[in-house]
Structures are given as C-alpha cells and as structure tokens.
Design a protein around this ligand. Structure first.
Ligand SMILES: [Zn+2]
Length: 243
C-alpha cells in the first residue's frame, strides 16, 4: 500500500511544476554555455602564466650556469685539461692532433686541394709548458700586460690547443698572412668559411667575440662526443654572449 502511495506522488507532479523543472534545467545549460568561454579563457591564461614562469626559471638557470662558467675563466679564456698523450697522432712531422679529428682534418685538406685551395697547418696540440712559453715570452717581448696579451693568446691551461681538438690553419700561397687577421682575405679562409662545417670544424674566436680577439686561422673540431663535451661551456657561453 505504502509503495503505491509513493508512486502516486511521483506521477502526481503538476504539469506546471514539470515545466518549471525542465526550464530550470535548460537555464543551467544556457548559463554553462555562456560561462564556458570564460572558463576556457581563464584556463588558458593560467596555462600561459605557468609556461612563462617555467621559461623564466629556465632562463635564470641558464644565465646562472653561464655566469658560473665565466667565473671559471681567466681573462676571457676557459680552462681545458691537457689531452692524454696516447690520444695524439702526428699529421705532420711537428704537428700532433687528437686522433679523433685527424681523419676529418686530412680529408678537409685533401678536398680543398682538389678545388685548388692549399691549406697549411700551423699549430695543433700544444702542451701547457709550450703554452706557458708562448704566453709569457710574447707578453714580455711585446711589453704587454697579461690582460692585453690574453686577447691574442690563451694563458697556460686555458688554451683549446691543449685539448688536441684545435688547429691553426694558413694559406700555403699566402704565408705572410699566417696568424694574421689578413688571413680572412685569402682563398683558403673563404673556402674554410664555406666548407669547414662539413668536416665538423668551426671558428673558435669570431669577429664579434666578447673576450678574445678575432682569430680567423684558429679552428676547432666538434665532430665527436668527447670534443663536444670539452667545448660545451664555450658553446653555451657564446650562445648567450656572442663570443
Ligand atoms: Zn690557435
């Protein structure tokens, strides 16, 4: 009996009330319809703010890292460990380089020759001792203070040459431009500028370098993981400071 009564009350909802229920339902749909773009907008705004914050944090982190790298540098040069002697090979009677770059370097020289360009290797691996002699003897010879000298030569322990992955290159037909900025006017330099990247070589000290003077003759190899790791700090710095 009780069940029946209950059923009756359910089916006995007056028509007006039923309409009210229906219309109140569609009202909330309408409200939702109008509110949803606002919610979407708020959500995307929140997303944007979060992304910006993350990006900002990343930039701050990167900047800190660069500053850390810079604090390790001396007179604009970054520190480099000396490469193990067994990783060095002779490519000329008096020039040794890292074994990993020797093949690529010789191929570059050969390919250049086939195009009528005669590259000459001036200096490869340099020990810390040799770098010390160069840095201090030239400094006193030219009567320069260390800071001035550092713009043209790295202090011992801070030369890319000690890694075995750096090579100074000249033009065999223009030896008077060896180690001179005028080297950039030679056919050899023009060829290198257009082709060196194919052999994984890049100019270390570019024209707009912040710390070290322009050295169009000085190239470094970045064609192996080991080389890339060694020059990672330098690359990160130049990305931020244009070196
Ligand atoms: Zn050099």
């Amino acid at each position: 009996m009780e069940d029946k009564e209950e059923q009756n009350t359910i089916f006995d909802i007056p028509v007006a009330q039923r309409i009210y229920y229906e219309s109140s339902n569609s009202d909330s749909f309408k409200k939702l319809f109008f509110i949803s773009p606002v919610i979407l907008l708020l959500l995307s705004l929140a997303g944007l703010i979060i992304t910006k914050q993350l990006k900002f944090n990343f930039i701050v982190k990167e900047k800190n890292q660069v500053e850390k790298i810079h604090s390790h540098s001396i007179l604009g040069h970054l520190p480099y460990d000396e490469i193990a002697q067994e990783k060095l090979v002779y490519i000329e009677p008096n020039i040794r380089v890292h074994i990993d770059m020797s093949k690529s370097l010789m191929k570059m020289k050969k390919d250049a020759r086939e195009e009528g360009i005669y590259l000459v290797f001036l200096s490869g691996y340099r020990s810390k001792k040799l770098q010390e002699d160069i840095f201090y003897s030239l400094k006193s010879l030219r009567n320069q203070v260390a800071a001035e000298r550092a713009r043209v030569s790295a202090p011992p322990g801070y030369s890319e040459h000690s890694t075995g992955f750096a090579i100074d290159i000249g033009d065999a037909n223009n030896r008077n431009t060896d180690f001179e900025v005028e080297f950039e006017k030679t056919e050899a330099f023009k060829w290198l500028k257009d082709n060196a990247a194919k052999y994984h070589f890049r100019l270390s000290f570019t024209k707009d370098g912040k710390y070290v003077d322009y050295e169009p003759w000085h190239w470094r190899y970045e064609g192996s993981i080991e080389a890339l790791k060694i020059f990672e700090s330098s690359n990160r710095r130049s990305k931020n400071y244009k070196d």
